[in-house]
Design a protein. Structure first.
Length: 223
């Protein structure tokens, strides 16, 4: 656990990557980080980590368990043919895109900064192969998890290549069309084929930087 947190504080890994690599639940890891930050800064934790080390008996057992699991997965993967592996990868990147998003009709408080005052109802098509995605574009990214699809809203912070981007992800407030950036930055790369659609911001709250989007996210699992 401490090694995962150290990698996050040192910005070597995102929260999602650390949870996956260290075989931890993402929610548990995020909760532990919040508790740590209540009593010390990230720098103080890193210093304490360097002084005290991290291999407690409990963590040693967890590492051994994770190593055994990874070894078993590797042995299972060794039996897969290259064609089967390619098919699995292909299945993971398949994206089913809807064609139309509808404007959300939710009202905004007077404390919001309206970035677009247009009151016209509008719809737009999902991202096409020739659509441009630029730095500071807000996008909806689709992830396939087993048989389910999960969506995250993010902002493009860097263009790695023509079809590959570095994205900083937000979190949704309940079931609304309001989003915010988490305390621990969640930055990952994505391909253009993973982008479900480009989004329009309707307003930005002055007080807590909450972003409100035009779009109605009902019917899709947006986190």
């Amino acid at each position: 656990m401490k090694e995962a947190i150290l990698n996050i504080f040192n910005k070597n890994m995102s929260l999602r990557a650390a949870a996956q690599d260290f075989n931890l639940k993402r929610s548990t890891l995020q909760s532990r980080i919040k508790n740590i930050l209540k009593s010390m800064t990230a720098e103080e934790f890193v210093q304490k980590y360097d002084d005290d080390g991290y291999d407690s008996e409990t963590e040693k057992k967890g590492k051994v368990k994770a190593e055994k699991k990874n070894g078993k997965l590797k042995r299972n993967n060794d039996h897969l043919s290259s064609d089967t592996t390619a098919e699995i990868k292909k299945a993971k990147i398949q994206r089913i895109k809807k064609k139309v998003f509808e404007e959300s009709s939710s009202s905004e408080s007077e404390n919001d900064i309206h970035l677009d005052d247009s009151g016209d109802n509008e719809s737009f098509e999902s991202l096409q192969d020739d659509d441009e995605v630029n730095i500071n574009s807000y996008i909806l990214v689709k992830f396939l998890v087993k048989t389910a699809s999960i969506y995250y809203v993010g902002i493009v912070v860097d263009n790695i290549s023509d079809k590959k981007f570095k994205v900083k992800y937000l979190r949704r407030r309940g079931n609304s069309n309001k989003f915010y950036f988490p305390q621990i930055e969640d930055i990952e790369t994505c391909e253009q084929s993973d982008i479900y659609a480009k989004l329009r911001i309707y307003s930005k709250a002055r007080r807590d930087s909450t972003l409100t989007f035009y779009h109605n996210f009902e019917g899709i699992n947006v986190k």
